[in-house]
Design a protein around this ligand. Sequence first.
Ligand code: SAH
Length: 355
Amino acid sequence: MEKLLVKLYEENELSRDEIVHIINEIDAAGKKKLYDLARMKQREYYDDHVYLRGLIEFSNICRRNCLYCGIRRSNRNVERYRLKKSQIVQCCEEGYQLGYRSFVLQSGEDNYYTVHRLTALVEKIRANFPDVAITLSVGERDELTYQKLYDAGADRYLLRHETASRRLYGILHPKASYDERMDCLRVLKRIGYQVGSGFMVGLPKQTAEDLADDLLFLKELNPDMIGIGPFIPHSETPLKFMKGGSLDQTLVMIALARLIVPDSLIPATTAIGSIHPLGRELALNAGANVVMPNLSPMSVRSKYELYDNKICTTDQPDQCYHCMERRIESVGFKVNRGRGDSYRYLTQGKIDVID
Ligand code: SAH
């Protein structure tokens, strides 16, 4: 095991069988070694910096019906909300005052937010805060929309591939297409966005082979950001009685992602913080280097419930900011208050195009 981990550290590459072997066979000593190597790799690219992104969940209205997600269309027991442009800009204002220079605007796939409304929103944020990075995470749109949003001033786009298993993808996403989602990711890269993708760990029927494919897919896509979190069942979804992903398996996948796509930005996700009180700190120690504190207005926090027991739904934005700062410093990292661009973007710009 140790030899395999060191080979991965040195070459940033393993075969599918080797990755499956690690996922299935790694023991406590192996995990310690893996996390140490992942942390070393992270430091080679990003030193001891952890980047903050202020997350604004601006609408929980969604046309999709993803089986795992608490804001899926068929859930009638969630109060739906949609923030107005002025409210979103107000969240950014508050975040900017606190020191955030990176905002992530996330929502369900809400058709109210047409290309016109979204471009107007991005233009306004860009005009008010010229030095911030603007990240969108509003799901699958057509190429022209992605292009217009980029031209309006959006820098980054988050769209997790969710699972690289075509079979599992099909089961979990009624009326959605695996190929279309993958195409979206390629289009976003071609346009020049810094792209974030990622997946859930511990989905029902997910195998070690599926998880290895997630990593190999990411290796090929070569995204700037990789979001990995445990699947957590939500009580108002068809998967409510399923078992969720474990802390350990999620940490192993984060560390492997760090070694396989070493220059990527990897968030210590809210989901991992929701299954263990120190989940995010443990993720930072296993190769993650971003945290995304919540900047959404207090009145809507609990309504953006993608899974049960989501944390940080009652803390004010300034509390979240200082709480995260303390947590980051408690594990020996420094808060970086810049835009937090990816290593590849800073060193190569937007030449890394695949088709
Ligand atoms: N509509 C946007 C944003 C989706 S919500 C999009 O399509 O990209 C953000 C992420 O939350 C999803 O990509 C998914 O990976 C995660 N998520 C949703 N439900 C979850 C659950 N029950 N457990 C863990 N993560 C979940």
